[in-house]
Design a protein around this ligand. Structure first.
Ligand code: C2E
Ligand code: MG
Ligand code: MG
Length: 708
């Protein structure tokens, strides 16, 4: 590169000489000579690389030239080349910024001085450039929006930038010297960090998304790039982590995600999300062996709303409706809008048909409240179809389709109602639930009553005893027979209360009749299987008898074969205790269960009640006749008295009598009657000699005559 040299010299020859010298030294140069201030100034505009200046000039001088140069803040090397400057002036000049001086009579030094000055300038410039770079880097470090952490090779923080402070809430002093794990969120496992570490060692870089924790405890997502810094020997000296807080990006992503899975109008989950949730719920239910319900809701005549009031109103109806529904469902349930006026409600936890029915009712109740939308008062009802997993299908599409079908049924039924896909559920579910709650209160509300059915001597139709049969006098549904609620009472654990009430009432009743002089020889009370196993049964019975002042013999307990067979040992001991009290035991519905004769022999029984199904077919089915005959023979054999249930006509009565059955119960003689009626009809028809009846029980040792 050619060096531009400005020579300030009044003697052209001297200038030529200098240039020649320098060329001889091997410097590639071009030069310009000036001798006045004006020329000098204009020559400076050309930015020479170096200035050689005489100290004493006729029209100018070196000191002034130096001043002018340094005033311009230029660091162009300035070398004084003078005949005789004098030591003092020379030192002054150096102080004022001259780089060197060369005496004209020692020209050999000129080359060296020029070279040195140029080298120094180059060095100075390189240094400045390096400094500028550092300044720039520093500025970037300070001002970038990305957080930066620099650690040493042991991963201890050596510096962080202001963005780091802003994002994390820590100031530099908090973190310098410690490990960046202070930022750990706890959202990643050890394997995650290990993977970062190995990647860094292997490739020198790691980048990815990571959750960290701010000083205030808040966890946030960041996009992080970590790089290693190595020295010339390829040893890691530092790690640099650059990260940006991507909370907002995440939020935007979430927003997009939300929109993809939700209905814009109601902000409810859409079909896609419903399917996801349903899939998930089905897997869960399958694993847990539990059930779930889908309620398909379709607003009734919504098209009319839209057509007559306009779509904006229609939209508001949908919004209000979805808010109403959302307000009554559990957090674990999902309400989704399929589009139009169709909604689906997914009931997950602890759901069965009854629960679904309750929810459906509740929803229908909700719809009956009018809603006010810009002056319009509207009642928008809905029809609901319900499908249940696993009954009605086990995949999302089928369940939705079946709920849809059931919804269609509900529309057919006149709208504003619900239907189960499985028809039987519609009928049973709610009614059962209703009954359950009401039955619990039936006892205390005094809704239970007893009817009494006479048991007579077939020969003379005199009253030998009565069976107490419970009924539920329901305030709205009328008289409910025991077959419809005894099972339920057992299931929900209130049969004990009912049984206790029956026992008490029956004992009190017969005692009250005694007082009136209407002597009913014996009262039979049915026991349920649960009562038989209950502790305290024998005590309770004995207390009731005492309170009523009744002889134990006048109470008969009816148990079924199957009840006894369920727990033979227990039954045997309980019956033994009852016998000890003096209470009589009858086997109800005999012939329908499977009892072992050997076992029956062990029990302290008094009677067999021939089940009405056999009695019913007397005269029609010879097989049943044979059974009846066998039961009568068997009871004789076991020393028990037989009584036929469900005797409805004279033929049956005649057959029974002929086969040696002395006692009967059935419509032929009387249906079960309320107490006043029983008294009215049967008073005076009771067995004449009460005591006879009571004690006229078959003696096991004596074969009974069947003549009547
Ligand atoms: P059960 O003990 O075998 O009672 C006889 C059933 O036959 C009674 O039905 C009675 O009304 C009916 N019946 C009587 N005569 C005739 C007839 O000639 N023809 C026909 N077809 N039926 C006749 P109910 O009152 O509906 O009782 C049904 C069952 O409920 C009883 O069968 C008994 O097992 C149970 N039950 C009744 N009261 C009680 C009670 O207080 N406690 C318990 N645990 N169970 C009871
Ligand atoms: Mg009975
Ligand atoms: Mg029976």
């Amino acid at each position: 590169m050619t060096i531009q040299i400005l020579i300030v010299e009044d003697l052209p020859y001297d200038a030529e000489l200098m240039a020649l010298r320098l060329k001889e030294e091997g410097l590639d140069l071009s030069w310009l000579r000036v001798q006045t201030e004006t020329d000098y100034l204009s020559a400076l505009e050309g930015q020479p690389d170096l200035i050689l200046c005489d100290w004493h000039l006729p029209q100018f001088n070196g000191q002034r030239a130096l001043e002018l140069l340094r005033d311009r803040d230029s660091d162009t090397p300035f070398i004084i080349v003078s005949g005789g400057i004098g030591e003092e002036a020379a030192i002054d000049a150096l102080h004022q910024g001259a780089n060197d001086y060369v005496l004209k009579d020692r020209p050999a030094r000129l080359g060296e001085a020029v070279r040195k000055a140029l080298d120094e300038k180059r060095l100075r410039q390189a240094h400045e450039r390096a400094q500028e770079k550092v300044r720039l880097a520093e500025r970037a470090f300070q001002n970038t929006a990305e957080g930066i952490i620099v650690t040493d090779a042991k991963a201890n923080i050596v510096s962080v930038n202001p963005a780091f402070e802003t994002i994390t809430g820590y100031i530099a002093n908090d973190v310098i010297g410690i490990n960046p794990r202070i930022l750990k969120s706890g959202h990643h496992d050890a394997a995650f960090y290990k993977e970062i570490w190995t990647t860094l060692q292997k490739t020198g870089h790691w980048r990815g998304e990571i959750w960290n924790r701010r000083r205030n405890g808040e966890v946030f997502p960041e996009w992080l790039t970590i790089s290693t810094v190595k020295d010339t020997q390829q040893r890691i000296t530092h790690y640099v982590g650059v990260f940006s807080d991507i909370t907002q990006i995440k939020e935007a992503q979430d927003q997009i995600n939300f929109l993809a899975h939700h209905d814009a109008l109601t902000r409810l989950p859409n079909r896609a999300l419903l399917r996801e949730r349903l899939n998930h719920a089905l897997m869960h239910a399958q694993r847990e062996d539990s059930s779930l319900a889908l309620l398909f809701l379709d607003l009734d005549r919504f098209k009319t709303v839209n057509d007559s009031l306009g779509h904006p109103i229609g939209d508001q109806v949908l919004q209000k409706m979805s808010r109403r529904i959302s307000s009554v469902i559990r957090a674990s349930d999902t309400l989704a809008r399929l589009g139009g006026d169709e909604f689906i409600l997914l009931l997950e936890e602890k759901t069965n048909a009854q629960h679904a029915a309750v929810v459906a009712r509740k929803l229908i109740g909700l719809f009956s409240d009018p809603m006010t939308i810009t002056r319009h008062e509207l009642v928008v009802t809905a029809s609901i179809g319900i499908s249940i997993f696993p009954n009605d299908g086990d995949d999302p599409d089928i369940l939705i389709r079946h709920a849809d079908r059931a919804m269609y049924e509900a529309k057919q039924q006149g709208r504003n109602t619900y239907r189960f896909f499985t028809q039987a559920l519609t009928e049973g579910a709610f009614e059962r639930l209703l009954m359950e709650n009401e039955l619990r209160r039936a006892v205390e509300r005094g809704e239970l009553i007893l009817h009494y059915q006479p048991q007579v001597d077939i020969t003379d139709r005199r009253l030998q005893g009565i069976e107490a049969l419970v009924r539920w006098q329901h305030p709205h549904q009328g008289l409910i027979p025991p077959g419809l609620f005894i099972g339920l009472a057992e299931e929900i654990g209130i049969i004990d209360d009912i049984g206790a009430w029956v026992l008490h009432t029956a004992c009190q009743q017969i005692a009250a009749w005694d007082e009136q002089g209407f002597i009913v020889p014996r009262i039979a009370v049915n026991l349920s299987v649960q009562q038989l196993g209950r502790e305290g049964l024998v005590d309770r019975i004995s207390t009731e008898l005492q309170e009523a002042g009744l002889a134990a013999e006048r109470l008969e307990l009816e148990v079924t074969e199957s009840m006894l067979m369920r727990n033979p040992a227990l039954s045997r001991s309980v019956l033994g205790e009852l016998k000890g009290l003096g209470v009589k035991i009858a086997i109800d519905d005999f012939g329908t269960g499977y009892s072992s004769l050997a076992y029956l022999k062990l029990l302290p029984l008094n009677r067999l009640k021939i089940d009405q199904s056999f009695v019913h077919d007397i005269g029609r089915d010879s097989n049943d006749e044979a059974i009846v005959r066998a039961i009568i023979a068997l009871s004789e054999n076991l020393g028990l008295e037989a009584i036929a249930e469900g005797v409805e006509d004279e033929n049956q009565a005649a057959f029974l009598q002929q086969e040696g059955c002395r006692l009967a119960q059935g419509f032929l003689y009387s249906s079960p009657l309320p107490m006043e009626e029983l008294y009215r009809v049967w008073e005076g028809k009771e067995a004449t000699q009460t005591t006879d009846i009571i004690h006229d029980l078959p003696d096991p040792r004596v074969k009974k005559s069947t003549q009547g």
